[in-house]
Write a protein that binds this ligand. Structure first.
Ligand code: BGC
Length: 728
């Protein structure tokens, strides 16, 4: 039997089996409004449940409360506690991902900052707002590495690289929860959920919820490192993926949830299923009936059944029949009670909650500043032929495009408590250059051409000194179950771009979108392209900060941008292969190639420009590294441009003698250096043995003796190699 704290053990000793079982399922907040339990709120997937009023007062948690009103939420807890026999507080859980009332950049954008600081600040701000409203648990961060931008949920994750995944995991968890477990009780932090464990980013064809057929090599070496980093950072919950590993849906996969997660990885918190995925396990035809699926989930180690009502419906029967044990019920309930204890809810179920606090935090100065800074630091300058930065004394600027002055800039998961307040691009430009004349034209819809709008846009472009062309996606094009077969810029927007750039070559394309886009045609014509992603509340101001050079773009791509959808998957850390195509083109036969396109992405991983240029010397490193020791690799970076700039120096390693087919290079370190024009700096990376390890086919992580190449450069094309040998 798992050993819990004295408080939790005492509670378990007093609880009936029903009360223990009820801790493992979730209700809707509507049950607990002052008026009483509203069973009519039970619709859709929950309509077949057998929730009774008595069970409702034992339920362990509620999900997706859309009220940001602290007073209303306080009354819900008061009402619940007045009716709960043992006065065990109710947990409020929600998807406070990159937004609560203030909206911050999407997680994929924050990954492009190439450091954890920004995600940590965002998570901290989201946690403060959420906790002030009475939320205790967020279903974030999503750590699903993916190579498929067709998949709408690419927007929620850290991109294609395991190292960036580990940075994201630590940053988000520490931001939400604090660095010390005690901070969960301070009224400013919330518990964080690592999701979706594991391999969900590999859904076939980028179709959300589809099958995942992922090798152990990929799972262990690409997907798992971020989850391990999140566990190590102390995440309180893990959510199982909708999908399967080795043909076994994760929610009923004991090897994944118990042997790997709790055993090997050392996770000690609450495992929660994804929405309705216990019944999903039955839909795969792997089990006889609902009761069997429920038993499998319990045996696998899933503590909370998110919104399916199979735990409440079947656990009691399974227990009565001796198919699950009291020890299992105690472990599940004990894990949930421990989470409540860690959050300080037994001492004060209302800690941190108040209207004064939400009034101060929601869209307040402090969080707007975080929204603006993090947005600025996530944007990636993909191309610049001298258009940027725009001079502040420019007389006339035309702001053109479907995103020129619209508020749809929030990205997925801003829906719960957000009210539509985003500073538009045109507003941000007007704030930055109040004396400049702005002409604002929509030009076209997101997918629809309009001859009149186009004509007006061209006229505006012809009259302006500079054009800012705002293109991209609508929020609803990415996120859960928002997948595409074509990720190129819609034809209507391309038509607008062509006409506007023909009318005025002094044009910068600004993109707001939730996934990498195939931008080949835009790249051919636009002199400058700034990828802003969905930035949230402070979008316009943050974009203007960059456009006018008050700050330079420092973001780097956390995921490759394909030339066309048919190139997917295209990613930098692909294996060394036999029929290598060095140029990437179609001219050489019998190598990895396409006849009609390059195999290389349009914009590679790690790529991103600033407003100055840098040069790198060759890399120095010792010839030998002994096991257990460290070596230093160095390189001199020089600012060769005419203004101060920050370079994101990237360290890549390559195992020259791995025992299994291995990536051609892997990001292992990042340092940002700010240099004055003409200034040089020696940048030093310490390489330790852990950085040379990978999970072998025997399931163990270790480094192979032999040669390694170290590369330091501006992006994943860095190829100046210094070799060293790892020796016993
Ligand atoms: C999603 C999860 C989310 C949950 C609760 C599911 O459909 O896959 O990521 O946390 O819903 O909203």
């Amino acid at each position: 039997m798992k050993v819990f704290s004295k408080r939790v053990q005492d509670l378990l000793a007093q609880m009936t089996p029903e009360e223990k079982i009820a801790q493992t399922f979730q209700g809707l907040v509507g049950y607990y409004h002052e008026e009483g339990v509203k069973l009519e709120d039970l619709t859709g997937p929950v309509s077949d449940q057998t929730m009774s009023e008595s069970i409702a007062w034992m339920v362990g948690s509620v999900i997706n409360n859309s009220s940001a009103d602290a007073e209303k939420n306080r009354k819900v807890q008061e009402n619940y506690l007045a009716n709960n026999r043992l006065k065990i507080p109710l947990l409020f859980m929600t998807d406070a991902i990159h937004a609560y009332r203030t909206v911050f950049p999407i997680p994929l954008a924050l990954a492009c900052a190439f450091e954890g600081k920004q995600a940590k600040e965002v998570a901290g701000a989201v946690a403060r707002e959420a906790r002030a409203a009475g939320t205790h648990v967020t279903f974030a961060p999503m750590l699903d590495l993916t190579r498929d931008p067709r998949w709408g949920r690419v927007t929620e994750g850290p991109g294609e690289d395991p190292y960036l995944g580990t940075i994201a995991a630590k940053a988000w968890v520490e931001g939400f929860q604090g660095e010390d477990k005690q901070q969960l009780k301070d009224g400013e932090h919330i518990a964080s959920t690592l999701k979706h464990f594991a391999g969900y980013g590999f859904v076939a064809g980028g179709r959300d919820y589809d099958d995942t057929d992922i090798s152990k090599r990929t799972l262990n070496n690409f997907v798992m490192p971020a989850f391990q980093a999140g566990v190590d950072a102390g995440a309180q919950l893990v959510m199982s993926a909708f999908t399967s590993v080795d043909g076994v849906p994760v929610v009923v996969n004991k090897q994944m949830l118990t042997d790997t997660l709790r055993g090997k990885m050392g996770f000690d918190g609450v495992v929660i299923s994804d929405y309705g995925s216990v019944p999903d396990a039955a839909s795969y035809h792997l089990v006889e009936d609902a009761a069997e699926a429920t038993k499998m989930a319990v045996d696998a180690g899933c503590d909370i059944d998110m919104m399916s009502f199979w735990y409440p419906n079947y656990l009691r029967g399974l227990y009565n029949e001796g198919k699950i044990t009291m020890e299992q019920l105690d472990t599940m309930a004990g894990n949930v009670l421990t989470l409540k204890e860690n959050l300080g809810l037994f001492e004060d179920p209302y800690v941190g909650m108040s209207k004064e606090r939400t009034d101060e935090l929601y869209l307040g100065k402090r969080h707007r500043e975080i929204a603006r800074t993090t947005a600025r630091e996530s944007a990636v300058l993909l191309k610049n032929e001298g258009v940027l930065p725009i001079a502040k004394d420019t007389k006339t600027i035309a702001v053109i495009g479907p995103h020129a002055n619209d508020h749809d800039l929030q990205g997925a998961w801003a829906s719960f408590c957000w009210n539509g307040e985003n500073v538009t691009l045109a507003e941000g430009i007007a704030n930055a250059v109040p004396d400049t004349k702005l002409i604002i034209e929509e030009g076209c819809g997101f997918r629809e051409s309009d001859a009149k709008l186009l004509e007006k846009a061209v006229a505006a472009a012809s009259k302006a000194d500079v054009v800012v062309l705002a293109l991209g996606e609508q929020t609803e094009w990415s996120g859960e179950n928002k997948n595409l077969t074509d990720i190129s810029l819609p034809a209507a927007q391309l038509e607008l771009a062509k006409a506007v750039i023909a009318a005025n070559a002094n044009t910068v394309a600004v993109l707001y979108n939730g996934r990498p886009l195939a931008l080949t045609e835009l790249d051919e014509i636009a002199p400058a392209i700034l990828e802003c992603w969905f930035m949230g509340t402070e979008t316009g101001n943050a974009t203007a900060d960059l456009l006018f050079g008050d700050y330079e773009p420092t973001g780097r791509l956390a995921i490759s941008f394909p030339r066309c959808t048919g190139q997917i998957p295209v990613y930098y850390n692909c294996p060394i292969i036999s029929h290598l195509n060095k140029s990437g083109g179609s001219e050489i036969p019998y190598v990895s190639r396409y006849l009609d396109n390059s195999i290389l992405p349009l914009y590679r991983f790690g790529e991103g420009l600033g407003y100055t240029t840098f040069e790198y010397s060759s890399v120095s490193a010792p010839d030998v590294m002994r096991r257990g020791e460290t070596i230093e690799a160095t390189c001199t970076v020089t600012n060769t441009g005419s203004r101060e700039g920050t370079e994101t120096v990237q360290l890549y390693l390559r195992d020259e003698r791995a025992q299994i087919v291995h990536p051609g290079k892997e990001l292992k370190g990042v340092q940002k250096v700010t240099l004055q024009p003409g200034e040089s700096r020696v940048v030093t990376f310490t390489i330790d043995e852990d950085m040379l390890t990978y999970v072998h086919n025997d399931g163990e992580r270790y480094a192979d003796v032999g040669d390694f190449a170290v590369m330091i450069g501006h992006d994943s094309s860095a190829d100046d190699r210094k070799y060293f040998t790892l020796k016993d």
